[in-house]
Ligand binder design. Structure first.
Ligand SMILES: NC(=O)NCCC(=O)O
Ligand SMILES: [Zn+2]
Ligand SMILES: [Zn+2]
Length: 489
């Protein structure tokens, strides 16, 4: 057990306020937040003068150690969580992808992910479970895995990756009905996979084999159409829905439209989409272009990143993730001669906190409180762990970052902590640096050095029926009950 820790002279920032205060941590929990705490000899002292004291970041969207198409992502749960804490993120929600199509139960897939993650994680983590096919046993398994014993409160549906992960509309609708019943959130990768497949065949036949084919196979309206469809199906099922990696203006507009109709929809842009655009796919260096291949692709419109940040400021989009899913140059090269074989995925978990500060706060679009909201507090609320996580308050877990808004760092693969030979943010200079990261009261990153212990992170059960998501559910359900007209025969 670490010694008690007192953080002095900093400015505490929560989503709803910021104020000067000292913070006392004992046994991994925040036990006091007050104007002046006297440090005792047995306490470790952190001087946070001119620094912000913020909740550790929660990245709700990662794929550590993910097996896909014979390859496994390079960041496993050790390197991935080390990269996370080096950048000020103290919890990830990773996607567990059971091989459900081949009969693997959701629980068996979950057990596999837990066995990979538990011995390696250096910060806390939770799981979201992907359903890749609707099977006779799926509903029962969803009920089991959303029990407190398993601690899963969201399911993921892919509307892309035809033949492997993609579900049909009827399957997703059926599963969304079940999600609503279980008070679990439906999370959707929204792209029209069937049209993409056709376009890929067409482009290859026309000789477009390089990474530029990836973006041309997925015009922006492909994402917007699927986002709209996901929202429509969710509304029919009376199921709250969370759109992962919102990359385009059209997808964001579809989310706004459905929220204005009264639907419960959350939108998650990612660090890559807030900082980069799709011009990289046309880079003459094949490997450079391939490194940015992810789905949906980075927007072709260079004004999209700033607009997505403005929508986060306006509350039209809600939280930020990364989709950290790292394949190295060797793995990307498997797609030489056929862009459809380039493994999809990019990095982000280490750089999200700095990138969002740079593009959001440093550029004057959002304030530090909104920053906390979109980097931790809203994720904690959606996934039902607030205020244990996502807040600096008495009783909260001591997942804390000492953040220096005036320091700068230039992102580079030379200095990052990913198990990756490049970084998509290479060369971007960011204001806002996580100088010290504390996970459950333990310093895991300080002075530019990791102090992590594999397996010291904990699995955090995510319980169903998050009030932030489901409070109005019953009333909404009543309003949707079918009407019967009694008639005299
Ligand atoms: N996004 C991506 O390209 N790869 C990771 C898997 C997914 O989330 O679609
Ligand atoms: Zn996805
Ligand atoms: Zn993803």
């Amino acid at each position: 057990m670490s010694p008690p820790l007192v953080i002095k002279n900093g400015t505490v920032v929560n989503e709803d306020g910021m104020f000067k205060a000292d913070v006392l941590v004992k046994n991994g929990i925040i036990v006091e937040v007050s104007p002046k705490i006297i440090a005792l000899p047995e306490m470790e002292i952190i001087d946070a003068t001119d620094r912000l004291v913020i909740p550790g970041g929660i990245d709700p969207h990662t794929h550590m150690q993910m097996p896909y198409a014979g390859e496994v992502t390079k960041d496993d749960f050790l390197r991935g969580t080390q990269a996370a804490v080096a950048g000020g993120t103290t919890m990830i929600i990773d996607f567990c992808c059971p091989d459900h199509r081949n009969g693997e139960s959701l629980m068996a897939g979950y057990a596999r992910w837990r066995s990979w993650a538990d011995p390696k994680v250096c910060c806390d983590y939770g799981l979201s479970v992907a359903i890749t096919q609707w099977r006779p046993e799926t509903a029962d398994q969803m009920a089991v895995i959303t029990s407190p014993e398993f601690g899963v409160n969201s399911f993921k549906f892919y509307m892309a990756y035809e033949g492997t992960l993609m579900v049909r509309d009827d399957e997703m609708y059926r599963a969304m009905q079940e999600c609503a019943k279980l008070r679990a959130l439906a999370r959707v990768h929204a792209e029209n996979g069937s049209v993409i497949k056709e376009r890929e065949i067409d482009l290859l036949a026309k000789g477009v084999t390089g990474p530029e084919g990836h973006t041309q196979s997925r015009p922006e309206e492909i994402e917007a159409e699927a986002t709209n469809r996901a929202c429509v199906l969710a509304a029919q099922a009376n199921c709250p829905v969370y759109i992962v990696h919102v990359m385009t203006k059209g997808a964001a507009a579809a989310i706004s439209h459905h929220r204005a109709q009264g639907s419960i929809v959350f939108g998650e842009p990612i660090a890559a989409g807030l900082a980069l655009d799709g011009s990289h796919y046309y880079n003459e260096d094949w490997l450079h272009a391939a490194r940015y291949v992810m789905s949906p692709p980075l927007s072709r419109d260079p004004t999209t990143p700033e607009l997505l940040m403005k929508l986060l400021a306006a509350g039209e989009l809600h939280l930020t993730g990364t989709d950290n899913c790292t394949y190295d140059g060797c793995q990307k090269s498997l797609g030489k001669g056929n862009f459809t074989k380039i493994p999809n995925g990019i990095n982000g978990v280490e750089d999200r906190m700095s990138v969002v500060w740079e593009k959001g706060v440093h550029s004057g679009i959002i304030d530090p409180m909104r920053y906390v909201s979109i980097t931790s507090a809203t994720a904690a609320k959606i996934f039902n762990i607030y205020p244990k996580k996502g807040r600096i308050a008495v009783g909260s877990d001591a997942d804390i970052v000492i953040f220096n808004p005036n320091a700068t760092r230039t992102i580079s693969a030379e200095t990052h902590h990913h198990n990756l030979d490049f970084n998509i943010f290479e060369g971007i200079k960011c204001h806002g640096v996580a100088e010290i990261t504390i996970s459950r009261g333990r310093i895991v990153w300080a002075n530019g050095q990791l102090q992590t212990v594999p397996g010291s992170g904990k699995f955090v059960p995510l319980l169903a029926n998050s009030p932030f998501v489901f409070s109005s559910h019953e009333i909404r359900e009543k309003k949707k009950e079918p009407r019967i007209v009694e008639r005299l025969e």
